[in-house]
Design a protein around this ligand. Structure first.
Ligand code: HEM
Length: 141
């Protein structure tokens, strides 16, 4: 019996490397923030200075991951066809906004002095990063 597979195929080597690097960046930037937020209460209970210390160490991995996301994001853009529908342009504009918010909010979160400021910018960064992930999946079609 012959099985015919229609419209299903593996990504090319370059495409798979491009998406793989973009997704690795997203898992570290987004997943890292979520896991860190979940660990804060237990770190705080052990020692009030611990969350800041762990955050500083996490940032050494998180910012390179964000840089990787920006680089591979532009690489993704370079592979897109010229005649994109306007809905795709809108999604790209939304993605750019939430990516910028995610980076700026993470920066302000790290520099915040008050608990209120830390909570506000931390939540904004996390939500923006999750939104960027969703719009990214939309763009991938
Ligand atoms: C916080 C930063 C970012 C996150 C979390 C993120 C996340 C993602 C995710 C999860 C995908 C879907 C991958 C897949 O399912 O195949 C994706 C795709 C995509 N992203 Fe991002 N991304 C970020 C930054 C950027 C930036 C800065 C750009 C543009 C400069 C960009 C442009 C794209 C494009 C065009 C696609 C579609 C790729 C394709 O289908 O070939 N991303 N993104």
């Amino acid at each position: 019996m012959t099985t015919i597979h229609m419209g299903v195929q593996l990504a090319s080597t370059t495409d798979s490397i491009r998406i793989f690097l973009h997704v690795i960046g997203a898992t570290v930037w987004v997943g890292g923030q979520l896991v860190f937020a979940a660990l804060v209460p237990i770190l705080k209970a052990k020692d009030a200075a611990l969350p800041k210390l762990v955050a500083k160490q996490f940032n050494k991995v998180a910012w390179p991951a964000f840089g990787l996301l920006i680089l591979t994001g532009f690489w993704n853009m370079a592979t897109l066809p010229k005649d994109l529908p306007s809905s795709y342009h809108v999604a790209i504009a939304i993605k750019m906004s939430v990516v910028t918010l995610s980076g700026v909010a993470a920066y302000l979160h790290a520099r915040a002095k008050s608990t209120k400021g830390m909570a506000l910018w931390g939540a904004a960064s996390g939500l923006a990063a999750i939104s960027a992930t969703y719009v990214g999946v939309l763009l991938a079609g």
